[in-house]
Design a protein around this ligand. Sequence first.
Ligand SMILES: *[C@@H]1O[C@H](CO)[C@@H](O)[C@H](O)[C@H]1NC(C)=O
Ligand SMILES: *[C@@H]1O[C@H](CO)[C@@H](O)[C@H](O)[C@H]1NC(C)=O
Ligand SMILES: *[C@@H]1O[C@H](CO)[C@@H](O)[C@H](O)[C@H]1NC(C)=O
Length: 306
Amino acid sequence: MQATSTLSVFVLLVTAGLAVADTRGLFALPNTNPDLSACASQASVFSCENTSAILDTCCSPTPGGLVLSTQFWSTWTGLEREGQFLPKDSWTLHGLWPDNCDGSFASYCDAKRQFDPKPDSSTTLPPYTGPGVDTFIVDFGRLDLLDYMEKYWINQGAPNKNFWAHEFSKHATCTSTFDVACYGKDYKEHQDVINFYDAAIRAFKQYPTFDMLASFGIVPSNKTTYSLSQIQNALKSQTGALPFLGCTTNGTVLSEVWYFNHVFGTEQFGAFKHLDTTTPSSCSSTAPIRYLERTATSEREVRISL
Ligand SMILES: *[C@@H]1O[C@H](CO)[C@@H](O)[C@H](O)[C@H]1NC(C)=O
Ligand SMILES: *[C@@H]1O[C@H](CO)[C@@H](O)[C@H](O)[C@H]1NC(C)=O
Ligand SMILES: *[C@@H]1O[C@H](CO)[C@@H](O)[C@H](O)[C@H]1NC(C)=O
């Protein structure tokens, strides 16, 4: 009796083990990392701080080594009826942009990777009409990534996926560490797109703007106002650098923030060195600044999922 039950427990465990192995095989997701093995033979440096030529531009963003992690504060999406909401108690992700070390920048650098349905006036490339970039993410099985993007990477007046496509095609195609060649001979189409979205989110998470401001008593309010220096000091005290702050309505309504960095190694995985903005704030330095409360029906709780 004893022997039998031990045996059946053993059989159960083996069966369970096989089931786990099967499950892993079934749900194995393709890797979307670049192949950085060649970077080992070249000194890693902070971008824009190299003292000799960077030969392999897959190893450090070149020439776009001044990297901007950018965010929005908006009060509505325009597509609330279709379920497009803003994340409660969080700013939203705008993008991850390559500036040259002198502050100039390139855009739409690769016609073969033009996925933007509404390219802006910085290019003459035609609008893209193929499947949305959301389908690329699904094709890679990255429902976790898609879920995060639907919560935190929010467009205004058009579907989120159009904005994600715009950010990739306008900016990531000009960032050397996302060049197709960096993914080696086993490159899978759109691997760079997935890899870029993961990288933009990793950078975004370094800058919890809402929480940094709230910790200094700066919370959205339709009754109170703040001074630009109050907002700047709060963010500088946590990041070590002065970000760009953007305002609308003659510089009186806070709407965006850009965090400047040099990146050690790749933009995907490297450490970010926080630097002062190279662009003066568009917010008034004298007038009271409004940090608007959102319309309650434009936002939703994103910190739990049931
Ligand atoms: C840094 O690398 C770039 C790209 O190779 C090169 O053009 C630039 O001259 C380098 N900077 C220095 C100071 O060597
Ligand atoms: C900005 O200020 C100017 C001059 O005071 C005023 O005419 C204009 O209406 C203001 N614009 C907005 C959007 O508030
Ligand atoms: C705060 O003011 C803005 C701008 O007038 C408005 O869109 C928003 O709905 C207001 N929020 C609340 C909670 O009243």
